[in-house]
Design a binder for this molecule. Sequence first.
Ligand code: EPZ
Length: 417
Amino acid sequence: MDKFKIAGGIPLSGELPVSGSKNSALPALAACLLTEEPVTLHRIPKVKDILTMENLLAYTGASVSHDDATVRVEAKSLDRPEAPYEVVKTMRASSLVLGPLVGRTGRARVSMPGGCAIGSRPINLHVSALEQLGATLEQSYGYVEAHAPEGLRGAHIHFDRITVTGTEDVLMAAVLARGETVIRNAAREPEVKDLADLLVKMGAKIEGAGTPIIRVQGVERLHGTDHTIIPDRIEAGTFLLAGAISRGDVLVKDCVPEHVAALAIKMRQAGAEVEEKDGEALRVRCSGRPTAIDVTTEEYPGFATDLQAQYMAWMTTAHGISFVTETIFENRFMHALELARMGANIRIEGRQAIVAGEERLTGAQVLASDLRASASLVLAALVAQGETIIDRVYHMDRGYERIEEKLAGAGARIERI
Ligand code: EPZ
């Protein structure tokens, strides 16, 4: 099992390039199931979860080929509209094939996602939305079986709570449904908008993606197209915080500044300089410890839950006490226990973490528990005194492409052992 060895205390300097968004590539790949024509996607990050999704598409019968950051999917005939347990158990986002499979073939059999480190993560909202489109879904033996023999018909759907992949799943089912579908309380994440842009290029009729109300006019069929995925805003945010926590001067390249606006505002309040460079890069500079600034995670355009762990790492070295409140997931503070082993002073009270900033952190042997928690440990290791060994870095490989090469390229003393 790979580990990272990091020597702390070195300010990063230079460029950190951002790859394509994992959380945009996953629904985009699933959307390829909606047409028998070939779809080519560019700027696909080479991360584990993408390979898992590619394997899943191939399992259903699609042909998948990729070369560097381009993936080509041709779902001519789908003879096995299923997502088996052995694939789903490694990636909850497999539920993204539920909508396209039902929309395209009238049936789907998808293993229920197990829990995962950050919470129970049910898919009840996906299921009830697809039922409103006319599918019948039953859950047995750990699988969701969906049937829509007469096809799907448009409906007015209102999500009880905002769900990103729930919105994406039902959007992909609605594009081939008969009639109009209106999705209310839809997720506004940039990845939802990117998926809608792809679907429209495939011939779908969608309005309002990126706003809380999305309207879809169903069409008979979709056709192939080419599409470039948006940059990964969570990687961009992680890199901004790497530049700040290491007290360096970094240019985060190939990103969309607007997608990380909530983080940039907090970072400026905490004393970092964050300036936009011609709309596709951000320069971050920070010469010392930040000022403690509270944060509460919220759905986009609020502060992203996927950046909470990384921000907390920065606050462990702040002047003062900050309150970090997690409103999206019920158990997303595992990184706090590992940060404490590096000298951080954090107290967890329910959905709130109280972070008392310390003068310094010290290197330690720590354990990654989930994708973003492992990123927060890397950030802490960059500023900690001495050496840190992070175990189970396969969590990082799920969502960050060549992270150690990129950080080393900006001066970090990091190696995979
Ligand atoms: C997406 O997960 C992202 N994954 C997550 O990123 C991200 O943390 C999350 O959105 C929130 O922004 C992908 O896009 C592949 P939700 P998703 O449905 O869609 C509850 C990462 O690090 N809920 O928006 O699964 C759920 O338990 C990952 O890249 C239900 O109760 O998240 C959570 O508390 C981690 N029933 C809340 O809603 C449902 O049917 C928001 O979840 C669905 C969700």
